[in-house]
Write a protein that binds this ligand. Structure first.
Ligand code: ADP
Ligand code: MG
Length: 341
């Protein structure tokens, strides 16, 4: 007897695909915050319960959706965004467009409440319960969108089992929201966990204000401004690094961004550390919020992370190291200029 090849039903396919995209509450938070930023929000409020395992709510004052848009948005392969896949800014975190709301709705109970900015339309609410889309309901609210996600992985126990302790899941959420807050200082971003406000930036547009809100006064005061415009493919290196005394035992606070996107990259991290010219104690890492504007970047966008490869890696490394060193030198925090290659 020959084996039969069976077709999986849509719901099963969606749940398998979801595992690639939605690994944990922080993945939900990332996708929803990206959507809020894409919608031109000036404020984004993230509220989670039990590390996000019980509840994730992301509320924005962005452009919102009409009822028709909303019904379309939760379907598969629907997007209102056009982007050039070769452009780093044009790539969704998912690596493909129009999947986030659909995917999240297939592995949770997701309620979207939205109202478009343009007058004339009222608000609407729609719930997707593990792939089952309910009826569109009228709902009053100011312009913007709120997405609430509960019962994450309730029908996929194998996934649910993979979730870590609430504190660990919250650490992932916190790291993601922190990076968006630092990368978007013009947007007021807040994070609340189990009823306690963790931070709230004010959206002044100044990275230092965002760092003050996120990391506190001691760290904010230790920050030195980095500003360099090297020639060649690296157009600009700018942001802030802490003085060599203000460090932590983890690399976590070394936030690097390439063309506006948060990137965890060993080359950039090493370059920042080298900029301290041996002034850091062993196994201590500074705070950094460093933006690299650069051509010749290959982005490999995986649902769960973004990696980059620089065409001129040595040049990028030298540019970042030099920019950090100059910033610390200018404030007398490191002693000598490194030889430039
Ligand atoms: P993508 O972001 O790749 O387009 P999503 O599934 O994340 O795919 O979202 C689908 C669509 O829903 C978006 O293209 C956008 O039109 C709409 N949308 C989602 N979230 C928001 C939001 N917070 N505000 C306004 N529109 C939104
Ligand atoms: Mg999206």
């Amino acid at each position: 007897m020959t084996e039969r090849i069976r077709e999986l039903d849509d719901a099963t396919v969606a749940q398998i695909a979801a595992g690639e995209v939605v690994e944990r509450p922080a993945s939900v938070v990332k996708e929803l915050v990206e959507n809020s930023l894409d919608a031109g929000a000036s404020s984004v409020d993230v509220t989670v319960a039990s590390g996000g395992t019980d509840r994730v709510v992301v509320a924005d004052d962005g452009r919102g959706m009409t009822g028709e848009d909303l019904e379309r948005a939760v379907r598969q392969h629907t997007t209102s965004k056009l982007g050039d896949a070769s452009d780093l800014d044009g790539v969704a975190t998912l690596g493909f467009r129009g999947e986030a709301l659909y995917t999240i709705g297939s592995v949770s109970r997701m309620t979207v409440t939205t109202r478009p900015r343009d007058a004339g339309d009222s608000g609407w609410r729609l719930t997707v319960d593990h792939g089952e889309t309910g009826d569109l309901q009228p709902a009053g609210r100011p312009a913007g969108t709120t997405v609430e996600v509960t019962d994450l992985f309730a029908e996929t126990p194998a996934r649910r089992k993979y979730l870590k302790r609430d504190a660990t899941e919250f650490a992932h959420v916190n790291r993601a929201v922190t990076r968006y807050a630092l990368a978007n200082p013009g947007v007021a971003v807040s994070l609340t966990h189990d009823g306690r406000e963790v931070f709230a930036t004010t959206g002044t547009g100044d990275v230092r204000d965002a760092a003050l809100a996120v990391y506190g006064r001691e760290v904010a005061q230790s920050l030195r401004e980095v500003e360099a415009s090297p020639e060649g493919s690296v157009e600009r290196v700018h942001g802030y690094v802490s003085d060599p005394e203000t460090t932590r035992a983890t690399r976590e606070y070394l936030a690097t961004f390439v063309n506006g996107r948060s990137v965890r990259d060993a080359v950039l991290r090493e370059a920042v550390l080298d900029g301290y010219g041996g002034q850091l104690a062993n196994d201590r890492y500074p705070f950094a919020v460093l933006f690299v504007d650069c051509e010749g970047v290959d982005a490999n966008v995986h649902p769960r992370k973004m990696e980059v490869r620089f065409e001129a890696e040595d040049r990028v490394k030298r540019a970042v190291e030099g920019a950090v060193r100059d910033a610390l030198l200018d404030s007398g925090l490191v002693r000598s200029r490194a030889p430039r290659g």
